[in-house]
Design a protein around this ligand. Structure first.
Ligand code: AMP
Length: 435
């Protein structure tokens, strides 16, 4: 029989890796709590139309990368419907905001999520077909202050602090404002005009973008096109007074919080819904060409595009796979495993029953120690002592030997690997001795 592998661009995360994901997620959840975000869980598939309208028909994501299928009706009362595995979560979160009338509370909504996303991309290091994002959205009616530049700066400061807390070094914040929807109409027109005479000199992809979505030309990494692209008009010259003032306040608040940034006029990002502040955090270690660790921006018109009320918002999505790759590459570069969240925790104890007859007693001892909050693994009485020691040394801080004598006297032999010290401990005092 031929064997079946995981689909291309997807991966299994085994326990020797998944603890890293747990460590990252724990720190991210803590940060979310500190900044007053609550978790939202939305479906991993949505109506295709949500992404067509929310992300934009002309984006690469919607035009080439979505996993879409016709979902057949199962009953007369149901209609067949086109569904899509979510390629990102902002559209789903805003859909939920509208569906649950969260705007009617009048309160600012600060929502975060952690979950898989799906895009049919060409897989390479840091780019997969199923990948994880840790993201957040700040959204609400205008009266809740959702449009305030304070919110943009808070989100950026939170990200800077989170990356520092995770131990990510040398990150760079690339920042731009793409203006209001009106500014963008004027800028798009200027770009189109500037692109017309030079369009034929660009690569095929950029020629297409010049017609369908000229902003996307700025995203292009095509080497040969760079000089022409750098000479195109800059969005900063097309910001209206309101967008200009908004952006200036974001920068002032970042300066006050001492968050460093690079202004990057070409950072427009691939999704249609962005307005005003857009940003990306990049890193130099570990990701190669896919050096964007996270991206985000303001999307003041998205709710209305999805048929909802006016609800300005700002959000981001961190590529969790890329976060892990970066931390791993850093730890390898340091050749030490002390980078804070990236040290595998050892078990408190490994219990070695000396002989099959002690297996039950070993399990009962493990039960007591676990109840006391200790992490414990139990060996097997068939193991030779050497094997028990080797296994225990790899897994745990202490080995507990449980032979006939120990069972009879309730005094156990405990060896601490870090010091090599071996001592006898009363069973009743064991939890204390191991902590
Ligand atoms: P986006 O939703 O495209 O703005 O992406 C936000 C972040 O998600 C990026 O900065 C990446 O870190 C991550 N990301 C996007 N696409 C992929 C992918 N195909 N594989 C892995 N990570 C991705």
């Amino acid at each position: 029989m031929s064997k079946i592998n995981a689909p291309r661009g997807t991966a299994d995360t085994l326990p020797q890796e998944s603890w890293k994901w747990q460590a990252v997620e724990r720190i991210a959840r803590q940060a979310a709590t500190l900044y007053h975000f609550g978790e939202i869980r939305t479906p991993i598939f949505e109506a295709t139309e949500l992404f067509a309208r929310g992300v934009g028909e002309e984006t690469d994501i919607v035009s080439k990368e979505m996993y879409t299928w016709e979902d057949r009706a199962r009953a007369q009362s149901e209609k067949a419907q086109s569904l899509t595995l979510r390629p990102e979560s902002t559209a789903g979160v805003v859909r939920a905001y509208i569906e649950h009338k969260l705007g009617e509370t009048g309160q600012l909504q600060k929502l975060y999520y952690i979950g898989p996303q799906f895009r049919r991309e060409r897989p390479q290091r840091g780019r997969y077909r199923q990948f994880w994002q840790i993201g957040a959205e700040v959204i609400g009616p205008q009266s809740s202050g959702a449009e305030s530049p304070l919110r943009d700066a808070e989100v950026l400061e939170m990200l800077a602090s989170l990356l520092n807390e995770l131990g990510i070094r040398d990150w760079k914040l690339e920042l731009n404002s793409v203006g209001s929807a009106e500014d963008r109409v004027r800028y798009n027109a200027a770009l189109r005009d500037a692109l017309q005479p030079v369009k034929h000199l660009l690569c095929e992809d950029n020629q297409r973008r010049a017609d369908t979505n000229p902003l996307r030309v700025l995203d292009s990494k095509d080497e040969a096109d760079q000089d022409l692209i750098n000479a195109l008009p800059k969005i900063a010259d097309y910001l209206g007074p309101e967008s200009g003032a908004h952006f200036a306040q974001v920068l002032a608040a970042l300066d006050a919080c001492e968050v460093p940034y690079n202004l990057n006029p070409r950072l427009v990002r691939g999704l249609d819904y962005y307005t005003r502040t857009t940003f990306e955090f990049t890193v130099t270690t570990g990701l190669g060409t896919q050096n964007a660790l996270l991206g985000g921006g303001r999307y003041d018109g998205l709710s209305e595009m999805l048929g909802g009320p006016k609800a300005p918002g700002i959000g981001f999505a961190i590529g969790e796979d890329r976060l892990i790759l970066t931390l791993q590459a850093q730890a390898e570069a340091d050749s030490i495993s002390t980078a804070s969240p990236f040290t595998a925790a050892k078990l408190d104890a490994y219990i070695a029953p000396l002989g099959l007859a002690q297996n039950s007693a070993a399990l009962a001892l493990a039960r007591d120690l676990r109840a006391a909050g200790l992490t414990v693994e139990v060996g097997d009485g068939t193991f030779k002592l050497r094997k028990s020691f080797d296994t225990a040394d790899a897994l745990a801080r202490h080995i507990i030997l449980l032979g006939e004598d120990e069972a009879a006297t309730n005094i156990l032999t405990v060896k601490t690997f870090a010091t090599g010290e071996q001592k006898k401990v009363k069973r009743a005092k064991l939890a204390e001795a191991l902590a």
